[in-house]
Design a protein around this ligand. Structure first.
Ligand code: ADP
Ligand code: ADP
Length: 228
């Protein structure tokens, strides 16, 4: 599903964020990416959804060769990858339903399908009754559920989640994790960067640890492994 071969990322200011990453993630896996701040986790995630390009090396995501991907083909890749952020990144002037529908409008899905599918995913994330609320009227956990609905609405093969529980209290975080686990059971590969030790050590999955731009640990049913 995802494969990186000796991937390096050096930012224009000379910062070496990733230094020779090689990794494979199979379809249906759920992977935590852990490591200290500045280790390269966000860069690793950004390379997967093609927000950044590698300086060197090959990246394959869902049969797309990202190094060769033409700019005009990026929307096709994005359709196959749902992204979730710590700060939700909803459009403030759109309702919950409009935020979700927007992700289908940009890929020019037919209006009838947009309506049906938007209702379906809002139901799945438990927010059918909040569909007409604006982000400012929703709690943090609810906003993240809308973001998850938006991420899955186009049935992506992969979900990339960068610290999805970073702004949420523990109870709300567990709710979000149960939802991500459910989405994973339904067949979506999930790659999630996190600093949440409690979640990683309880909901055991594969753990990839990155430090100073290299993978220092990669274990099935791994542990968080840091004190913070
Ligand atoms: P993490 O997500 O693990 O905190 P990042 O991938 O954000 O790590 O950052 C890895 C390194 O790259 C850090 O030293 C960070 O300061 C640097 N970095 C991240 N983004 C940029 C950028 N756009 N330009 C320059 N350096 C960056
Ligand atoms: P949490 O403590 O989990 O962040 P909140 O206290 O923010 O939750 O919200 C609790 C409930 O009140 C949620 O269902 C949310 O949708 C609703 N709510 C919060 N703020 C507003 C608002 N400004 N207008 C309408 N409903 C709101």
């Amino acid at each position: 599903m995802i494969e990186m071969q000796d991937v390096w990322k050096t930012y224009p200011d000379g910062t070496h964020a990733l230094r020779g990453i090689s990794v494979k993630v199979d379809s249906n896996e759920f992977v935590y990416v852990v490591g200290p701040s500045g280790a390269g986790k966000s860069t690793f995630m950004k390379l997967i959804y093609r927000e950044e390009r590698p300086t060197k090396g090959q990246i394959f995501v869902d049969n797309f060769n990202l190094a060769k991907l033409k700019r005009r083909k990026i929307p096709y890749l994005r359709r196959n990858i749902g992204v979730i952020f710590q700060d939700f990144r909803l459009l403030p002037k759109l309702t919950a339903a409009e935020n979700v529908a927007f992700a289908m409008e940009v890929i020019e899905a037919p209006p009838k399908l947009i309506k049906r599918r938007t209702a379906e995913v809002l139901e799945l994330v438990g927010l059918a009754d909040k569909k007409n609320s604006y982000p400012s009227q929703l709690s943090g956990g609810e906003q993240q559920r809308v973001a998850i609905a938006r991420a899955i609405v186009n049935n992506p093969a992969v979900i990339v989640a960068d610290e999805p529980t970073g702004n949420l209290d523990p109870d709300t975080s567990w709710g979000i994790m149960r939802l991500l686990e459910e989405i994973n059971y339904r067949g979506t590969t999930i790659v999630m960067a996190t600093h949440n030790k409690e979640i990683v050590n309880t909901m055991r999955k594969r753990v990839i640890a990155i430090e100073n731009g290299v993978i220092v640990r990669d274990e099935q049913r791994g542990e968080y492994g840091y004190e913070d």
